[in-house]
Ligand binder design. Structure first.
Ligand SMILES: Cc1cc2nc3c(=O)[nH]c(=O)nc-3n(C[C@H](O)[C@H](O)[C@H](O)COP(=O)(O)OP(=O)(O)OC[C@H]3O[C@@H](n4cnc5c(N)ncnc54)[C@H](O)[C@@H]3O)c2cc1C
Length: 480
């Protein structure tokens, strides 16, 4: 109440009422503006973070812990729908460090592994994280992102971060050897200016700074789009496997089935552009039609009903060559995003935010350790993206399917793949040699069945250069 009264006092000292959304000690205070186009006074801070997803919440909380005055701009309002619901085991130590693990445990269903279903082999197999090379993280959680992201942003607020919801960052004026000016706008069209010593772009697939600088390029080897929704009545796996993610291959890409604690399930298809461009019906109907094309998914969804609306995400495979500059850093999807198949997105976002916090802290303190932190940040972020990329590009090839479905792996290949599936992607475990051997095995199997693999490859990349224009990406348009 005291903080609310304090904020009200500040606001009433202003001669107008811009639409500022303050979170003070877990209390969201919404001040509505009455006059569009009005420009508010300057808000100053040490660090301005654009985006209140996992990357933005994590880096802001860690920087606030180090004593910096951090503000977050979030164009949306938490809790809000977001995709990216299957977490990796190696994210748990990061969540522990942030202090949110007990709360995540409460909302999550435990995921011990991944069930891989191959209609081409007529069977499935389950890979358990406990068998990874470093079996120290044998499980993770499936979470609704509305709940998960709310926990993370509330945690940032509890550490002193000022979160402004419903405020979209528009542009940054970078000033050499000085502070930087961030122009933002609330939903009523009021312009708000923030002055910060450092700017963090954690805007996810909106890629806020890339919009200003350019430099983001579509992935030349991969392009997909996804259609998905939350459902009731999806059949679950039995016993301990109930919380496992299921990944199902089909002719136009692959499916995920992610169960939630409340009994609902996230189901989505990642499809090649050539298939998406055949859509002639509304999105929800297209989702049901696509379900009918994959027998193992259709069977589990025989009694399912959609909860809420169907969503789409399009053209999401991209990266940029640089992730930092004088006075700014990009973390999470703001730098790169390839594909969700290994559920790596949130893990990469949390990892880059953690390392990014050390970079920003060292920059602000003018520490001699700055270069070292920067190098470690870049090395780790690039290695993570690179590690997952190879698997993502080859995951739907017949050669990969055959190797993945064969039991009795040699030379610890399976254990090494499980390590990467668990999020051990930054070179901590000795995965290099077994993964190298797996790749050799893959190319040999590929050559052995060259025609089949070549045809599958052609089918996957057909249409990659074109953008999918028939789908509206839910995350990139305003949900006002
Ligand atoms: C189809 C699909 C399925 C996926 N499945 C998984 C999965 O199972 N597991 C997994 O780990 N990952 C998955 N991902 C990836 C995951 O969604 C992302 O990698 C993850 O959310 C990245 O976190 P982030 O904080 O970088 O970005 P985000 O979570 O996208 O957060 C960015 C935030 O910035 C805000 N924002 C954007 N622009 C502005 C602006 N200009 N001003 C103010 N605020 C702004 C947005 O509203 C948003 O809240 C999936 C992705 C897709 C597309």
């Amino acid at each position: 109440m005291e903080t609310a009264a304090h904020a009200l006092a500040i606001m009433s000292s202003l001669r107008y009422t811009p639409s500022l959304h303050y979170r003070c000690s877990n209390t969201l205070i919404v001040m509505q503006t009455s006059a569009p186009g009005i420009t508010s006074p300057l808000t100053t801070c040490d660090v301005l973070v654009v985006g209140g997803g996992p990357a933005g919440s994590a880096i802001s909380a860690l920087l606030a812990e180090k004593g910096w005055d951090v503000h977050v701009l979030e164009k949306d309002h938490h809790p809000r729908f977001h995709i990216g619901e299957s977490l990796l085991p190696h994210s748990l130590p990061i969540l522990q460090r942030l202090g949110v693990l007990p709360e995540v445990e409460k909302i999550g269903i435990t995921k011990y592994g991944a069930e891989i279903v191959s209609p081409y082999h007529g069977r499935s197999r389950t890979l358990y994280f406990s068998k990874a090379l470093d079996g120290s993280q044998p499980y993770s959680y499936e979470v609704k992102r509305a709940e998960f992201d709310k926990i993370l942003i509330d945690n940032a607020v509890s550490k002193g971060v000022r979160v402004h919801e419903g405020i979209r960052a528009k542009r940054v004026e970078f000033r050499h050897d000085s502070t930087h000016l961030v122009q933002a706008e609330d939903r009523a069209g009021t312009t708000i200016t923030y002055e910060a010593k450092f700017v963090v772009d954690a805007s996810g697939r909106d890629t806020f700074l890339s919009g200003q600088f350019g430099g983001k390029y579509r992935n030349p080897s991969h392009n997909s789009a996804a259609v998905f929704g939350h459902f009731e009545g999806v059949r679950r796996l039995p016993g301990k496997d109930e919380g496992n993610i299921s990944i199902v291959w089909f002719d136009h890409g692959w499916w995920w089935i992610i169960p939630f604690k409340d009994g609902t399930t996230s189901v989505g298809a990642v499809c090649w552009p050539s298939y998406i461009s055949t859509r002639k019906v509304p999105l929800e109907q297209f989702l049901w039609d696509t379900i009918a094309l994959c027998a193992p998914v259709a069977e589990r969804m025989a009694k399912a009903t959609l909860v809420g609306q169907a969503y789409a995400a399009a053209n999401y495979s991209y990266r940029r060559s640089t992730m930092r500059g004088d006075g700014y850093l990009m973390v999470g999807d703001a730098f790169a995003f390839i594909d969700p198949v290994f559920s790596s997105g949130v893990h990469l976002a949390l990892n880059s935010a953690t390392l990014g916090a050390d970079v920003v802290d060292a920059y602000l303190r003018k520490s001699p350790e700055y270069q070292r932190h920067l190098q470690e940040f870049e090395r780790s972020v690039r290695l993570g993206v690179k590690t997952y990329s190879w698997f993502i590009y080859h995951f739907t090839q017949p050669a990969f399917r055959n190797l993945f479905m064969s039991e009795g792996s040699k030379f610890k290949m399976e254990e090494a793949i499980l390590s990467i599936l668990a999020g051990d992607a930054f070179g901590k475990s000795p995965t290099r040699l077994p993964i190298f051997l797996f790749k050799i095995a893959y190319y040999l199997v590929y050559l052995f069945n060259f025609r089949e693999n070549w045809t599958a490859f052609q089918r996957r990349i057909r249409g990659v250069p074109e953008t999918v224009t028939t789908l509206k990406d839910y995350a990139l348009h305003d949900r006002r």
